[in-house]
Design a protein around this ligand. Structure first.
Ligand code: NAD
Ligand code: WQD
Length: 352
C-alpha cells in the first residue's frame, strides 16, 4: 500500500518550505502544490539538501479547479495544509478582488476537491490580522482566541472569510477536521542557513527589510512611528521563529480533533517593540544598523501579542526559540544568500 500524501499548498513559500522540512523529517510523504507566484523552485532543492528527501511537486494554481482536481486524482492524499495565498496588506487595498479571488476562491476550490475525494483533514494558515486592533477592548492583550474579530484591511478580511467558510463546511460534515492556526509575526530562517524568506521587490515587513539594510541593499530602516503607548513608543508584536511555527502544523495535524473546527493562536506570548527588534538583529549582525523615525504607517496597531496558552493546554504545543535565535538564523540566511533564491538581477537561480 502506498503511503498517503500530506498535500501542502504554497509549500515553496516562506512558512510552507519550513513546514515541508519538518514533515519530511517526521517521515511524512509530502506533495507540494504551488504556482511559484511568490516563491522559487530552488526552495525544493534546499528542502532536499536539508532533509535528504524529495517532496513531490505540482505547479498548479489553486484558483484552477480542474487542475486541482487532476492532482487529487493522481495522488492519494489524506490531509492538506493550506498556505497558498496572497499576503501583502497594502497591495490588498489596491487589488481587493484579486485577494478575494485567490485567498477565498482558492480555498473554496480546495474544499470542493477535498469534498469530492473524501479528504477530511485540513490545517489552515490564518493570521493574527483577523483580530484587528484588540486594544479597542479591555483585557484583550495578550489576545485570546475568543477576542472578537475585526480585521482592518481586505487581506485580513479574506482570512476571516476563509475561516468562516471552513467553519461552516466543518459544521456540515461530521468527520471533517480543521485547525485554523492564527499566526502572529513569523520571523527567522532555517538554522542551516539554506532556507529563509525571499521577498520579491521591496520587503513590507520589519525583519526582511532590516536584513536588507544589513546587507546594504537598503540604506536605512524607516521606523513607522515612536509615539505609541509602549516603553519606547514603537509598536509591540509577537515574533515567532518560523521553525517553531512550522512545528505547530505537525502538532495540529497529528492531533486534529475528529470532526471539529478549532482556532488556535500560534505565538510566543512575548511582545517586542520595533526598537527591541532593531537591537536584537543589530546584535546578531555585530554592528548598529541605521534607522530613521518616521510617521505612523496607516493601519498599524499598538499591540499584537498572543495568548498562546490554549494550544499548550489542548495539544501540549509550546514555542521553544527566542527572538534572538530568530535574528541569528535570519542573519545566517541573509548574509549567505543576499538575493535569496535569485541572482542580483532578479532571475531565479533554478528556473522551473
Ligand atoms: P509566501 O508568499 O512566502 O508563501 C505563499 C505561497 O503560496 C508562495 O509560494 C506562492 O507562490 C503560493 N501561491 C500564491 N498564490 C497561489 C495560487 N493562486 N496558487 C498556488 N500557489 C499560490 O507567504 P508565507 O509568509 O509563507 O505565508 C503562508 C501563509 O501564511 C499565507 O496564507 C499567509 O496569508 C499566512 N500568514 C503569513 C504571515 C506572515 O507574516 N508571513 C502571517 C500570518 C499568516
Ligand atoms: C511590524 C512592526 C511596523 C516595517 C504583518 C501583517 C499581518 C501578518 C504579519 C500576514 C510594525 C514596523 C515595519 C518597516 C517599521 N501577515 N515596521 N518599518 O504589520 O505587524 O503584520 O505581517 O498575515 O497580517 O499585517 O508586521 O513586519 O510589517 O511590522 O517600523 O519598514 O514593524 O510599523 O509596528 P505587521 P510588519
Amino acid at each position: 500500500m502506498s503511503v498517503p500524501y500530506v498535500c501542502v499548498t504554497g509549500g515553496t513559500g516562506y512558512i510552507g518550505c519550513h513546514t515541508v522540512v519538518a514533515l519530511l523529517e517526521a517521515g511524512y510523504n509530502v506533495l507540494i502544490i504551488d504556482n511559484l507566484s511568490n516563491s522559487s523552485y530552488e526552495a525544493i532543492n534546499r528542502i532536499q539538501k536539508i532533509t535528504g528527501k524529495n517532496p513531490a511537486f505540482e505547479k498548479v494554481d489553486v484558483t484552477d479547479l480542474s487542475a486541482l482536481n487532476l492532482v487529487f486524482m493522481r495522488y492519494k492524499i489524506d490531509s492538506v495544509i493550506h498556505f497558498a495565498a496572497l499576503k501583502a496588506v497594502g497591495e490588498s487595498s489596491r487589488l481587493p478582488l484579486e485577494y478575494y479571488r485567490v485567498n477565498v476562491g482558492g480555498s473554496i476550490n480546495l474544499l470542493q476537491v477535498m469534498d469530492l475525494h473524501g479528504v477530511e483533514n485540513l490545517v489552515y494558515s490564518s493570521s493574527a490580522t483577523v483580530y484587528g486592533d484588540a486594544t479597542r477592548f479591555e483585557n484583550m492583550i495578550p489576545i485570546p482566541e475568543h477576542c472578537p474579530l475585526g480585521p482592518t484591511n481586505p487581506y485580513g478580511r479574506t482570512k476571516r472569510t476563509t475561516e468562516d467558510i471552513f467553519r461552516d463546511y466543518s459544521a456540515s460534515k461530521p468527520n471533517f477536521s480543521v485547525a485554523l492556526l492564527r499566526y502572529f509575526n513569523p520571523a527567522g530562517a532555517h538554522p542551516s542557513g539554506l532556507m529563509g524568506e525571499d521577498p520579491r521587490g521591496i520587503p513590507n515587513n520589519l525583519l526582511p527589510y532590516l536584513s536588507q539594510v544589513a546587507t546594504k541593499r537598503r540604506p536605512y530602516l524607516s521606523v513607522f512611528g515612536n509615539d505609541y503607548n509602549s516603553k519606547d513608543g514603537t509598536p509591540i508584536r509577537d515574533y515567532i521563529h518560523v521553525v517553531d511555527l512550522a512545528r505547530a502544523h505537525l502538532v495540529a495535524l497529528k492531533s486534529l480533533p475528529k470532526g471539529q473546527c478549532k482556532e488556535w493562536n500560534i505565538g510566543t506570548g512575548r511582545g517586542s517593540t520595533v526598537m527591541d527588534v532593531i537591537a536584537a538583529f543589530s546584535k546578531a549582525v555585530g554592528r548598529d544598523l541605521p534607522y530613521k523615525i518616521e510617521g505612523r504607517r496607516a493601519g498599524d496597531v499598538l499591540d499584537l501579542t498572543a495568548d498562546p496558552t490554549l494550544i499548550t493546554k489542548e495539544l501540549g504545543y509550546k514555542t521553544e526559540k527566542t527572538l534572538e535565535e530568530a535574528c541569528i538564523d535570519l542573519w545566517r540566511w541573509q548574509s549567505g544568500n543576499p538575493y535569496g533564491y535569485q541572482t542580483e538581477d532578479g532571475e531565479d537561480i533554478t528556473p522551473y
